[in-house]
Ligand binder design. Sequence first.
Ligand SMILES: [Zn+2]
Ligand SMILES: [Zn+2]
Length: 322
Amino acid sequence: MGRIIAIIIAGVMAIVLLPVVFFRGENSERIKSPQIRDAALSVRMYDHSQGKVITLPLDQYLIGVLAAEMPAAFHPEALKAQAIAARTYTLKRLEKAGGRPDGNHPGADICNDPQHNQAWIDENTMANRWGNYSFQTYYEKIAQAVWQTDGQILLYQGQVINPVYHASCGGIGTEDAAEVWSTEVPYLKSVDCSLEKDNPKAKATLALSLPELTERLGPETVRVATGAARGIRILDRTATGRIKTMSFGDLILKGTEVRQKLGLRSTNFSWQTEGNRLIFETLGNGHGVGLCQYGANYMALAGKDYRQILTHYYTGVELAKY
Ligand SMILES: [Zn+2]
Ligand SMILES: [Zn+2]
């Protein structure tokens, strides 16, 4: 009886695992195929999950970045725009290409922690995320976005730009870099993103109890907490309507600090009380500067190509081959 069950289990396992083996095999074949510039440059990446530096051809590294940073279901032109932004970001950190490594990890140019650099995932993680049947299609789609833009990067007045990007501006337009990092950057200005205005993914809510609010903002807000939400005020907004400064009782904070301390998706938020909780509603996801990924997808769906997308979100830039 036990033997029959073992045979059945083995049979089921074989059926489940066969596509994985098949797809992974197919995939390894494809990895070597193109003769491109990106394949000749290598990236030394500190992999936080393995705790060590691994070396990857630039195109393979970029495929892992795209898989981690943008939904694979997005339009191919949006994926190409993302590929060029990711390549530009990487080139800025490659010593052999004249860039400067991030300095956080000795012997590495870059790492895969999105808090430090760009996120990156390996093929097993892609397969887990997408499922084995979508792996083939999505991998191919992302690889094509990288290969078809081979060697292309973004320059502003001949210099490689810092191509920051975010998930969603919520349709209110992107933010000026000076509002977020207090530094003027000529190519990171606020631009229109009204195509994104009906994005159902842009809104989110976060409920925090008053003790949680106090814990995240510090003891100065105790009085606010005991006095419910009455002591919370918006003092100033940026030109796009995001919160610039606000006060919690006597404590005055920048919108960007509040976002970070409370774990809100953006600095464009409102709140209301519900019992002893505050319900925050945010519009948009990320700092709002540079390329808006959802906006890029809406532009692509409206027929724009990757060049039009990139020159829209990065003011005054040009595309070039490294
Ligand atoms: Zn790191
Ligand atoms: Zn947007």
